[in-house]
Design a protein around this ligand. Structure first.
Ligand code: SF4
Length: 415
């Protein structure tokens, strides 16, 4: 077996209710399809994932995302975790091994049991489940832990009850706090919270209060997202009707500035444009996306990046199930990546991280130096204070991160 790092993403497209800002591939009121979906997902996992497992060994990271994975009833989640069991490091023994690794990502180590020499220590596998407050209790969290999940990503968004109702979330701030407490009691030592800013009616003072309350919960990781009004959402309709009062650009910028300084000051180092972590707790799965690590996505709307090409599964639950029944695959190849688009993607994705583009990795991947392709862009953005070049990397400054999209555009290549 040839060792190779890869990630596994599993998409669960079910939600109790659609949040007012959400345009993700997630659907409310589809409980009747959950059983069929989990069964078919298990088949896709066994076939597509099994091939990678046999070839490269277990994935370095597993991520259950959605939607709301924890919208699955316990019996369906148990079935899904059983289907994932062979993918845990150690295979049949993997659940125990992943549990051992529930501390800091990269901190815990254990002996590889599925190939490799007996004394070869490897970092524990990171197994994340996205989870919404209001959908889990102690028994459900215990079920996730027993199934090998060792990291929870909680969609908290804000700890202001009025705002939670305004954006269509199903939970209260008290339920978010309870979810963190219950997760700790269940043995989770790696918990991430999502927070949003730029919400309708949100003030800088209110945001400060939510951030303070989130930090008081002592998560290991925090992700921040600015509200975007996406077509087809409740907020897009409200905006069209003139009923969506958003903070001004200056207010949103003040919120961004506050979060990007308050979180590092509280011990959460920024490691990517939107992500902050205690030392050793950066999300290894998401880092894989930004560092050109291949991944397999299973389930409706899941994306894969394999063999240098990108693929996307059909997004609708009905379409996914129908395609799987008809041909055993719901996968469609996206626009093929050319050498130029591969370079662009490599650059954009790496630039999202604080580490930036590693020159040696770019050279190893493309057989030419970063400067031979991007010298003009690097010099131009560096002169404007958006980017810094050192011996090993090219990375964005805090100012460059703020205007990330503008900086990324400069990395587009003419073909
Ligand atoms: S819980 Fe998440 S995926 Fe579901 S509707 Fe809300 S934002 Fe979208």
């Amino acid at each position: 077996m040839q060792e190779k790092a890869w990630g596994l993403y599993v998409h669960l497209p079910f939600c109790r209710r659609k949040c007012f800002y959400c345009d993700f591939a997630s659907y409310a009121g589809r409980e009747a399809q959950m059983a069929a979906y989990v069964r078919v997902l298990g088949e896709e996992l066994a076939r597509e994932g099994g091939a990678l497992l046999r070839r490269y060994g277990p994935p370095r990271t597993i991520y259950l995302g959605g939607g709301t994975p924890t919208a699955l009833p316990p019996a369906r989640m148990e079935e899904l975790l059983s289907a994932l069991h062979p993918f845990l490091v150690g295979g049949a023994d993997g659940a125990a091994l992943a549990r051992e690794g529930s501390g800091a990502a990269g901190e815990g180590t254990h002996q590889r049991r599925n190939g490799g020499s007996a004394d070869e220590a490897v970092p524990a596998q990171e197994v994340t489940c996205e989870c919404n407050p209001g959908t889990v209790d102690a028994a459900y969290l215990a079920l996730l832990r027993a199934g090998g999940v060792n990291r929870l990503s909680l969609g908290v968004q804000t700890l202001d009850d009025a705002l939670l109702a305004r954006i269509g979330r199903i939970h209260t701030a008290a339920e978010a706090r309870a979810a963190v407490r219950l997760a700790r009691a269940a043995g989770f030592r790696n918990i991430s919270l999502d927070l949003m800013y730029g919400l309708p009616g949100q003030t800088l003072a209110g945001l400060r209060e939510s951030v303070r309350a989130a930090i008081a919960l002592a998560p290991q990781h925090l992700s921040i997202y600015g509200l975007m009004v996406e077509p087809g959402t409740v907020f897009a309709r409200e905006q069209a009707q003139g009923r969506l009062a958003l903070p001004s650009e200056e207010e949103s910028e003040a919120m961004y500035n506050f979060m990007t300084t308050a979180l590092p000051a509280a011990g959460y180092a920024r490691y990517e444009i939107s992500n902050f972590a205690r030392p050793g707790f950066a999300s290894r799965h998401n880092l894989g996306y930004w560092q050109d690590v291949p991944y397999l996505g299973v389930g409706a709307a899941a994306h894969s990046y394999l063999g240098g090409q990108r693929y996307e599964n059909l997004a609708g639950i009905d379409d996914y199930l129908a395609a799987m029944a008809a041909s055993g695959s719901a996968r469609r190849e996206e626009e093929p990546l050319t050498r130029a688009t591969s370079m662009e993607e490599f650059a954009f994705l790496a630039l999202r991280t604080v580490r930036g583009i590693e020159k040696a990795r770019f050279a190893a991947r493309f057989g030419c130096s970063l400067r031979s392709v991007y010298a003009d862009v690097i010099d131009r953005l560096a002169a404007r204070g958006l980017l810094v070049e050192d011996a090993e990397t090219v990375h964005l400054t805090p100012l460059g991160m703020k205007y990330g999209n503008w900086a990324f555009e400069a990395f587009l290549l003419d073909e």
